[in-house]
Ligand binder design. Structure first.
Ligand SMILES: Nc1ncnc2c1ncn2[C@@H]1O[C@H](COP(=O)(O)OP(=O)(O)OP(=O)(O)O)[C@@H](O)[C@H]1O
Ligand SMILES: [Mg+2]
Length: 522
């Protein structure tokens, strides 16, 4: 394995002079050096060939003993400078103080043959100075969910941190999954993640909270130089503000993507928001099945529903306000920040309207079309209609359809409940109105179907599929894990022999842990 390390984060920014691996409050530094904790008997459960290619690694490399030892944290390669980042964050709306990488360890930044740079990070590789009261480890179930979902998101075309490998450590980890006083031992695992940068909103917040303005500026200068060269080179006076505008736009685009595919992150704390607009931290996330704006997969959030599906765009804005507060000392003008925040709303609104129209296969964004679309979303919520299946099936409906199929037979696969006859009329009426709209637009059906199927995936990482794969892997069988990794590579393709993996959630999964509600315990 020939990896070339550049490690700009470490070179550009001050580290913690204390080199001991003891839990502490760190000040005056952006990170602390810390090595991964060796594990007893690592076993490779999966790897992503596409992520490996970003590091110029072949499949053979990924199956090698050296790979296993490096990405389980047992071997530190020459050139690696492992460290944990210092960051803070607002959790569930309140400032939580120092958090930091409590179980993620950055191995270093690699430059590939194309000159692209990727930071390698192990999640679950042992305690760090930021571990607080926890153990620095991760369990197999949460690591498998992170591994598969990261790559699924990438193939859906959604900005995300990537996952290179999933390795069982051979160690047991104690977790009280339901927080009910019944901890049990579970198999441990480590995911190696890749991203151009893992900097979060919370990396900036911690410096401002501690009055470390010169560090704040160093971190922002590094972020600009590393990820936004066009802003950094000219040293323009408004470059920090322009960068913030860019973060606003990227975040808005990310929210549109999540809303488009029905992804619910579950813990949108500011320490889980990437300044590159990447999806980061696959914890108690979930995929919307029956359409419901209030749905949240996170048991910890079941009461307040702060992070439910429909709230995500609003929470992203709230989080951006926290980032604006954090960089205020470098900007000095609340009006300028406020004005720039408008970029978020503008981008979200325009992009979401276009995306919604594309989901319904309607070419324009006329007022009456939006009323029609909103009406369907309302009906979907009322009648528990599977969002993913609905939109795929809708692509087959045409304006001049003379088969006049009724809604409930056409969309039977998407229904979680049978709908009483008295309530079917509203759905049939909607379908009639929709067909008339299509008719009036005279769209070529094949082209429209093709475009809709590029916007509406057939395969998403349904919660119950994740649970089935976890149960299998815990029994030593990686077949479903491998199959899911493969099918999720082409989420927009029909793949008819894989259709069972696009089916709606079976009844047994309705209230089963891991299938509908997820605990934060990971
Ligand atoms: N088992 C653990 N040991 C040590 N620290 C932990 C552990 N679990 C979570 N933390 C820390 O608690 C804070 C909030 O956790 P959260 O669940 O958002 O993140 P995470 O899933 O550990 O990691 P990431 O955001 O890097 O994906 C973070 O600082 C995180 O590092
Ligand atoms: Mg986190």
């Amino acid at each position: 394995m020939n990896l070339v390390f550049t490690n700009r984060f470490v070179h550009d920014l001050p580290g913690d002079p204390d080199l001991t691996n003891e839990r502490r409050q760190v000040s005056g530094a952006c990170y602390s050096f810390v090595a991964p904790t060796p594990v007893s008997s690592p076993q490779l459960l999966g790897f992503s060939p596409e992520a490996a290619a970003l590091l110029d690694l072949t499949e053979e490399d990924c199956r090698s003993e050296a790979f296993l030892q490096v990405f389980s944290g047992n071997t530190v390669l020459p050139g690696m400078q492992p460290f944990a980042m210092r960051y803070g964050g607002h959790q569930f709306g309140s400032w939580a103080g120092q958090l930091g990488d409590g179980r993620a360890i950055n191995l270093g930044e690699v430059i590939n043959r194309q000159g692209q740079r990727w930071t390698l990070q192990l999640k679950g590789a042992g305690p760090t100075p930021y571990s607080r009261s926890a153990d620095g480890l991760a369990v197999l179930r949460s690591s498998l969910r992170e591994f598969l979902c990261s790559e699924a998101m990438y193939h859906l075309g959604i900005p995300t941190t990537r996952a290179l490998s999933l390795i069982a450590t051979g160690e047991q980890v104690l977790r009280d999954m339901f927080y009910d006083g019944h901890p049990r031992l579970e198999p441990g695992a480590i995911v190696c993640r890749l991203a151009p940068s893992f900097v979060r909103f919370g990396n900036f917040e911690i410096h401002t909270a501690h009055g470390e303005t010169s560090l704040l500026q160093k971190l922002l200068d590094h972020t600009l130089a590393a990820g936004f060269p066009e802003l950094s080179e000219k040293q323009e006076r408004d470059r920090y503000l322009r960068w913030f505008g860019d973060v606003c736009r990227r975040t808005a685009e990310l929210m549109v993507h999540w809303m488009r595919v029905g992804f619910v992150h579950g813990v949108m704390n500011t320490d889980n928001m990437s300044v590159l607009g990447l999806t980061i931290d696959y914890g108690p996330y979930g995929w919307l099945e029956a359409y419901d704006p209030l749905w949240t997969p996170n048991t910890t959030d079941a009461q307040g529903r702060r992070y439910c599906y429909g709230n995500q765009p609003r929470i992203a804005l709230w989080n951006l306000v926290q980032l604006a507060n954090a960089i205020y000392p470098l900007i000095g003008s609340a009006e300028a920040l406020q004005e720039t925040l408008g970029e978020y709303q503008r981008t979200f609104q325009t992009t979401w309207q276009q995306t919604l129209a594309a989901k319904f296969g309607l070419p324009s964004a006329k007022e009456e079309d939006f009323r029609l679309m909103e009406r369907m979303l309302d009906l979907m919520r009322l009648h528990e209609i599977d969002m993913t299946i609905f939109f795929r099936r809708l692509a087959g409906v045409t304006g001049d359809d003379d088969d006049n199929q009724r809604f409930c037979s056409l969309f039977a696969d998407a229904l979680y409940h049978s709908i009483p006859a008295s309530e079917q009329t509203a759905l049939d009426d909607w379908l009639g109105a929709y067909r008339r709209r299509l008719n009036s637009y005279r769209l070529a059906p094949l082209q429209r179907r093709h475009q809709m199927n590029r916007t509406n995936p057939k395969y998403v990482f349904r919660n119950y599929l994740a649970q089935l794969a976890i149960e299998q892997v815990e029994q030593g069988n990686t077949a479903l894990l491998t199959e899911l990794l493969d099918v999720l590579r082409h989420p927009y393709d029909d793949q008819p022999d894989r259709s069972h993996l696009a089916a709606r959630r079976p009844e047994w999964a309705r209230n089963r842990a891991g299938c509908s509600m997820l605990s934060c315990s990971s």
